[in-house]
Design a protein around this ligand. Structure first.
Ligand SMILES: [Fe+2]
Length: 412
């Protein structure tokens, strides 16, 4: 991100902090709680945003070398993603061409050859059918026509995108816009190293999970003992890129940064810079780490969603993290919410994941579960998105545009 942009965002956050007032969208919206429980909406979302929409599945560091692979099954098609022997990112339907069982079940790893566990047909990392067991008994098969079914796959700015349909249109520049793609490219998402992951499976609609990442109004309330120890709260910078956005909020280091000359300001050390890639991606850059959250509905239940959280590190921070001994790792987890300790030490893998347990899983998503229960009762009425919640406004406006729904009514 260019320096002038960083300075202008940081100045706006400082202005809000000094004024004691959050961003002001100038309008409040009425939000019918039914949007989180409606089964017809959920079915339309699944078709439109998941089964037939480009999906960001990870970062380049998830496939660190030739023959690395990932498997996933989050949006209606079992996927095996690989970096082939030539280093190219590829994606296939994870189904053997014999009887369609999964050729690989491990979540990630490295293999030159995927051997189907059912009858041992084998495939290369570029999807070719290499060998058929007992081929003379089985009868002739034209191997050149029976490779794994390939899906559109594009690696751009260090992000991995797949289209779940073999004939799907996957134009990442058109999807994200050139300005956003350029900005993402400038950050270095292509250089970070995969560290760890966790899955949060909870009883809240996928949009409520997204909403968790949509305002700073709650930081010093719900998170006063967790994230609120690190982030100031009640300050928000939002920049929209079509349906996507960047969302920035200050941590305590912004007070030190303001004492430095502006040319030395570095946004990643005084804020988290969050990118929301519509519809279901939240990605946070904090300098040493990147946290990726991919949020998926349960196709059969609008009241459940699955969030996959992956943590990545710069190569240097990763080396420091894996060099920590057990005592240092344990201490880092205890110190997760001690700002001074965190500011002077390289991040640990365990502490980086811990934030998503204590703050997101045990605080934010618990609120989401309560909201879900109320929404499903049919008696929750309308929620309100306040003037200080512009990020929520943008996500829901994008959502309603995409779904062909009218915008929410404003509170008069
Ligand atoms: Fe929160």
């Amino acid at each position: 991100m260019d320096q002038q942009k960083q300075i202008s965002i940081l100045k706006e956050l400082l202005r809000q902090i000094d004024a004691g007032a959050n961003a002001d969208a100038g309008v409040q919206y009425k939000v019918p709680s039914s949007i989180y429980a409606d089964r017809e909406l959920a079915a339309q979302e699944w078709e439109q945003f998941y089964k037939n929409h480009p999906q960001m599945i990870g970062l380049s560091g998830d496939l660190p070398e030739p023959n690395s692979f990932l498997t996933l099954n989050d949006f209606g098609v079992p996927i095996i993603a690989t970096r082939d022997k030539d280093g190219r990112f590829r994606a296939f339907v994870n189904a053997c061409r014999h009887r369609a069982t999964r050729v690989e079940s491990a979540p990630r790893g490295k293999r030159k050859l995927f051997v189907c566990p059912f009858h041992a047909w084998s495939y290369s990392s570029s999807g070719e059918l290499v060998a058929i067991a007992d081929e003379s008994d089985f009868g002739p098969v034209d191997k050149s026509c029976r490779g794994l079914i390939e899906l559109p796959a594009v690696e751009a700015a260090g992000l991995l995108f797949v289209h779940p349909q073999p004939d799907g249109d996957l134009d990442v520049e058109a999807l994200l816009s050139k300005p956003l793609l350029n900005e993402l490219s400038s950050i270095g998402f292509d250089t970070v190293v995969y560290g760890a992951e966790k899955t949060i499976d909870k009883n809240l609609n996928w949009k409520l999970a997204n909403d968790t990442f949509g305002e700073t109004y709650h930081f010093q309330k719900l998170h006063k003992d967790t994230l609120g120890q690190l982030f100031i709260g009640n300050n928000t910078h939002l920049e929209e890129f079509g349906r996507h956005h960047r969302f920035t909020t200050a941590n305590l280091a912004i007070h030190e940064m303001r004492k430095l000359p502006e040319e030395d300001w570095q946004i990643q050390f005084a804020t988290f810079v969050g990118y929301h890639l519509f519809p279901n991606i939240q990605m946070f850059w904090t300098g040493d780490t990147v946290s990726l959250v991919r949020i998926y509905p349960d196709v059969d239940n609008p009241g459940r969603s699955i969030s996959h959280v992956s943590i990545y590190f710069t190569p240097e921070a990763y080396q420091n993290a894996i060099a920590m001994d057990d005592d240092a790792r344990e201490q880092a987890v205890k110190d997760t919410y001690k700002f001074e300790e965190g500011a002077t030490r390289s991040p640990s893998i365990e502490a980086s994941l811990e934030v998503f347990t204590s703050t997101i899983e045990y605080e934010d998503y618990v609120m989401g579960e309560y909201q879900q229960q109320a929404a499903e009762s049919g008696l929750a009425g309308e929620a309100i998105f306040g003037r200080n919640e512009p990020v929520l406004h943008h996500f829901h406006r994008s959502y309603r545009d995409a779904m062909g729904l009218p915008h929410f009514e404003t509170v008069e």
